[in-house]
Design a protein around this ligand. Structure first.
Ligand code: HEM
Length: 147
């Protein structure tokens, strides 16, 4: 298992920002996601970068400046369908290929796991009719290299 963090291995903020930008362009252009991503939100790429950086062992800017409750709130009542969740993950992995981040199998597996998990949490929270139905996670997950 590498000793560097997933954040360092990815190439830091610059590389993650490139990934999130490519991803967001795809999401905005996608017919299945169009009903959710209706207009370009100027903060989206930065906030997604902060979240991913923190999860991958980089700076904890997301938690410090926005707080985990923010990511719960933004997905509430979006009613994300299975098709939309799956499309989100597949566009994210397409963007990962295009962004030129490392393509070694452990890194790819870690990113895939991270986005699949995050998409499940977002979907569940988007459909919660009360706080009791929210996913129990209340902090940015600390993602690590696969076993
Ligand atoms: C790893 C999984 C995910 C992460 C880390 C994530 C992160 C975020 C963040 C940080 C924001 C706030 C953006 C801002 O402040 O400007 C946001 C908003 C949003 N997310 Fe997610 N999200 C995830 C999964 C999903 C999924 C699966 C969907 C739907 C298929 C989705 C749909 C949206 C929408 C529609 C918004 C509001 C509109 C916008 O900001 O463009 N998210 N998400």
């Amino acid at each position: 298992m590498p000793t560097e963090s997933l954040y360092e291995h990815a190439g830091g903020d610059e590389a993650l920002h490139r990934l999130e930008e490519l991803f967001y362009d795809k999401a905005l252009a996608d017919p299945v996601l169009r009903t959710l991503f209706t207009e370009r939100v100027p903060t989206h790429v930065d906030h997604l970068t902060w979240f991913t950086a923190e999860s991958f062992g980089g700076p904890d800017r997301f938690s410090r400046e926005l707080g985990f409750q923010y990511i719960i709130d933004v997905h509430r009542n979006l009613n994300i369908t299975d098709e939309q969740r799956e499309r989100f993950v597949s566009l994210y992995l397409d963007a990962l290929d295009e962004a030129g981040l490392p393509d070694d199998a452990p890194f790819r597996q870690a990113v895939r796991g991270h986005v699949q998990f995050g998409a499940q949490v977002a979907q569940r929270n988007s459909r919660a009719r009360s706080d009791d139905e929210l996913h129990p996670i209340r902090a940015v997950p600390a993602w690590v290299w696969p076993e």
